[in-house]
Structure formats: structure tokens, C-alpha cells
Write a protein that binds this ligand. Structure first.
Ligand code: PAF
Length: 280
């Protein structure tokens, strides 16, 4: 496994691989990341993983400084997965002092996470575009857990004609349904128990949908009711949106629905979603 900090070293190593799958991460790896790595290995043979806590996707009041980090643990896991290339750049490699170019995906970034976290997707799109240009993968892997990020990255790749195939992996969950996330580390045991309310809320709406409900507001209300029963849960948004445009729906038709939510539980801001019909 090659561990690389500099762009020149990536340029030297890149010709070794014909197909290369990239899993971009901010580290503190969990089963969700590992499932993407395994998928990349199966598809491409060779896998690159980037570990970079990207400062431009954090607002000044957000958790950049305390974002969980454990590089030794991450590298151990990546060795076990026989990852070929690990890119661990310092901040100054990605953002040199004279850096002044950003990628802004319009429209799709104005709602949901984009509304709650202004500037977030500008940071994500910029760093993902840079990682694509630096590593030049043939394929790149993202988790459905960050549903809007998936939509935004796919749009960027299309709009900028980037020659990369984007693959979305299913959300990986704990046995009690909590979606795996590095930020789950912020939760105390009591908050960790309360956090299962996100999945239960989504499941309540799914049950209605499966029973034939197609009124989007009824699904939003069902989610709202389950969250209201958990005193530690402070919902930020609850959405039943078109999976492609992310516009809020009134009636759900054959295009299906992306049910998503952001909820504060203690010090953690958690997000989760399900796609209906028939997606994990
Ligand atoms: O999903 C993440 O971990 C990050 O947003 C990403 C894609 C690695 C960009 O920093």
C-alpha cells in the first residue's frame, strides 16, 4: 500500500493502474467506507482512498477542529483491505496560500443540506473536483447516506464533462438501524440510543408509502411525529423530495421520493435518508 502526501508522487504512481476506483473520505473510517472500498476493488481491481478533512466544507461555527481523526487506525483498516494508494495531503497541498478557484453547483445546492449549511457544497464540489484531477480515477464511490452530496457530485461530473463513473453505495447501518457516520462518535450512550429515532422515523414513513400513501406531506408528518416522541431529538429539516431535482413534492409519482432529515442530538448533527421505492 502506497501512502502518499504529494501530488507529484500520485502522478508517478497513477500509470500503474488502468482502472482505478477512488473512495474520497475525511477519515475515521467505518464499515460504510469499507463497503465502498470493497465495491471499488470488485469493479476496478485497484483502489485509491483519500483521507482529508476538508476545511472549506465547514462553516466557522461547525466541527472542523473536533472532527474525529485517527490516521493510524484508518491506515490499519486500509492495509487489511489491501488498498493500493492512500492520498493523505496536508492542507497546504490542497489549498496553497494563493488558492482562489471554487466549484459552485447551482440550484441543487440551494435546499436541504445546502440551505442548512451555506457554503458546504461549494467546499465539497471543489475538493472532490480537485481529488478527481489529482488522482484521475476511472470510477469514484460515494455513500447514499449523503444523498444530496451524491446528486451534486453527479451533476458536477456531468456539467464539467469529467471522465469518471460515479457509483453510489447503499447506506450501511448499525444493527439497530443507525446509519454509520464518523460523527456518531460525538454521541453519549443516552444520545446514541436516542439517535435510532432517525431510522425509526424514516421507517414509519416507509410503512405508509408501502401501504399506498402518496401524499408527501403525510410522510413528512409521520417522520415528524416519531421525532417529536424523542426528547433529545431536535429536527432541522424533514423532506420528501424528488430524488433527481430535490424539489419538495406534494404527490409522489413513479419517480419515487427521497425522504431525508437532519436532526440534532446533543452535540451531533445527524442526517439520514431512504429512497422509495425499493432502494436501501
Ligand atoms: O463525504 C465525505 O466524507 C466528504 O464530503 C468528501 C466527499 C470526502 C469530501 O470532503
Amino acid at each position: 500500500m502506497e501512502i502518499v502526501e504529494h501530488i507529484e508522487a500520485i502522478r508517478t504512481l497513477r500509470p500503474r493502474f488502468e482502472r482505478l476506483g477512488l473512495v474520497p473520505t475525511m477519515g475515521y473510517l467505518h464499515e460504510g467506507h469499507l463497503s465502498l472500498i470493497r465495491r471499488a476493488r470488485a469493479d476496478c481491481g485497484a483502489v485509491a482512498v483519500s483521507i482529508f478533512v476538508n476545511p472549506t466544507q465547514f462553516a466557522p461555527h461547525e466541527d472542523l477542529a473536533r472532527y474525529p481523526r485517527d490516521l493510524d487506525h484508518d491506515l490499519r483498516l486500509l492495509r487489511q483491505e489491501q488498498v493500493d494508494l492512500v492520498f493523505v495531503p496536508h492542507n497546504s497541498i490542497i489549498y496553497p496560500p494563493d488558492f482562489c478557484t471554487y466549484v459552485h453547483v447551482e440550484q441543487l445546492t440551494t435546499m436541504l443540506e445546502g440551505r442548512a449549511r451555506p457554503g458546504f457544497f461549494r467546499g465539497v464540489a471543489t475538493v472532490v473536483c480537485k481529488l478527481f484531477n489529482i488522482i484521475q480515477p476511472t470510477h469514484a464511490y460515494f455513500g447514499q447516506k449523503d444523498a444530496q452530496q451524491c446528486v451534486v457530485v453527479q451533476q458536477m461530473v456531468k456539467d464539467l464533462n469529467l471522465p469518471i463513473q460515479i457509483i453510489i453505495g447503499p447506506t450501511v447501518r448499525e444493527p439497530d438501524g443507525l446509519a454509520m457516520s464518523s460523527r456518531n462518535a460525538y454521541l453519549s450512550p443516552t444520545e446514541r440510543t436516542a439517535a435510532t429515532t432517525l431510522y425509526r422515523a424514516l421507517q414509519s414513513a416507509k410503512e405508509l408509502y408501502v401501504a399506498g400513501e402518496r401524499n408527501a406531506e403525510s410522510l413528512r408528518q409521520s417522520i415528524q411525529r416519531v421525532l417529536a416522541a424523542e426528547p433529545l431529538a431536535q429536527p432541522e429539516y424533514i423532506s420528501a423530495a424528488d430524488p433527481t431535482t430535490l424539489d419538495e413534492l406534494e404527490t409522489i409519482d413513479e419517480r419515487g421520493v427521497l425522504l431525508s432529515l437532519a436532526v440534532r442530538i446533543g452535540p451531533a448533527r445527524l442526517i439520514d435518508n431512504i429512497l422509495l421505492p425499493n432502494k436501501p
